[in-house]
Design a protein around this ligand. Structure first.
Ligand code: MN
Length: 411
């Protein structure tokens, strides 16, 4: 992917505050917003504002971006160029085309038909595997293919939606019988979301060489997980009600064009690891299929907010470089059997953890399965999330970011 003037970090916008926000002139993320009293419409976030793409004459009215994502890269590039030219500092100011973000409801950007959650964070898979199989943490298939399960699309929510503590069946280690009630081991998972573009509606497998053409953008994704429910229900078929109560995403689509300067090589495989099979191997993907994003998660509690304390830093120095499989490999593998992906489908990357303890992307890992509570700055301890706890995920590239991905647990 070539870089152009829209990537030049020396260029500025006439929109006040754009350079000091997640939504810089170089970012230009796509979303669906409802300005106060108005129906949902497409917009581009810039600073603390939204460029109204209908008012600007750049897109027709639409309530979701599915059809736009279906048009693929050239449509996105044309829109990016036009929006950049309009917002760049040497162009005349057009505040009449902006809405204040604070006055907008930011909706899910697409009607999500299907959601698939991968497991490509190798350090997460190793940490979790070690809790159950200390001698052999990674399953035999892990380094041969991107592992995933089909998630639940209906309960995906935009940042800010309350996270209601789920009820479910759990059977703690000592118990002789299972019981039903509120989850006691509620957790977060720090993941990257991947938006699907054109897709393969006829079911023709998407080759690894072309897979990047079908990736329309990225978001943050919190795969809230009830570990006690998960532990009891997951054998033999995998995640179900422990995950499907809610998934929170950041609602702005960060485009592949915005991330072009932040691509990197695929994760280097350890000596002795198998090479990807041919249907998962392309030189271009190995060279630049990775993503170099700085990831993090913070926690505020009812007590810490009352005291006016800064949020506790949960996951620090996370990076999307720790994904063992590239997003293109996920697309190629997902469609290799003839399964069709549709515009607006969503992938989760799997929890992204680093090798360092402070870079772990879930409480399950940080607390060694709940055995080692973590101590917060407020003096409180946590094994898992309590009512009133608020988790915020962050992703940054250069001076820009993905925008908020926040959820607060309510009982
Ligand atoms: Mn997950």
């Amino acid at each position: 992917m070539t870089l152009d003037e829209t990537h030049d970090t020396a260029r500025r916008s006439w929109v006040p505050g754009a350079d000091d926000s997640d939504f810089t002139l170089q970012n230009l993320p796509l979303g669906i917003v409802g300005p106060r009293g108005a129906p949902p419409r497409p917009g581009i976030a810039i600073g603390n504002s939204v460029l109204d793409l209908v008012a600007a004459g750049l897109l027709p009215p639409m309530a979701t971006l599915n059809e736009f994502l279906a048009q693929g890269r050239s449509a996105r590039q044309d829109l990016r160029q036009a929006a950049w030219a309009l917002l760049e500092a040497s162009s005349p100011s057009r505040p009449d085309l902006l809405h204040a973000l604070a006055d907008c409801t930011v909706h899910l950007p697409c009607a999500i038909g299907d959601y698939t959650d991968f497991y490509a964070g190798i350090h997460h898979a190793t940490n979790v595997g070690r809790l159950m199989r200390p001698d052999n943490p990674l399953a035999a298939n892990y380094k041969h293919m991107p592992i995933a399960y089909h998630g639940r699309a209906s309960s995906i929510r935009a940042s800010g939606a309350p996270v209601r503590r789920p009820n479910g069946q759990r059977k703690p280690g000592k118990a002789t019988e299972p019981s039903f009630g509120p989850s006691r081991n509620l957790d977060y998972e720090l993941e990257l979301g991947v938006w699907i573009g054109p897709g393969n509606t006829d079911g023709t497998p998407i080759g690894i060489e072309n897979a990047a053409d079908h990736i329309a953008g990225f978001c943050l994704l919190n795969d809230w997980s009830a570990r006690d429910i998960q532990g009891w229900e997951a054998q033999p078929l995998g995640p179900f009600l422990a995950k499907s109560f809610i998934t929170t995403i950041s609602p702005w689509i960060i485009t592949p064009e915005a991330l072009a300067p932040y691509r990197c090589a695929a994760m280097i495989r350890a000596p002795g690891d198998p090479a990807p099979m041919p249907y998962l191997l392309a030189a271009s993907d190995q060279a630049a299929g990775g993503l170099d994003l700085a990831l993090g998660a913070t926690l505020s509690t009812a007590q810490s907010r009352e005291a006016g304390a800064a949020p506790h830093r949960l996951t620090q120095k996370g990076t999307s470089r720790d994904l063992y499989w590239t997003v293109a490999q996920m697309v190629a593998h997902h469609t290799s059997n003839g399964c069709d992906l549709r515009p607006g489908d969503l992938f989760g990357s799997g929890t992204i953890s680093g090798t360092a303890v402070e870079a772990r992307g879930s409480l399950l890992e940080m607390t060694e399965g709940g055995r080692q509570p973590i101590r917060l700055g407020s003096g409180e301890e946590r094994r898992f999330l309590e009512d009133g706890d608020e988790v915020a995920l962050t992703a940054r590239f250069g001076r820009a970011g993905f925008g908020p991905c926040v959820g607060r647990v309510v009982g």
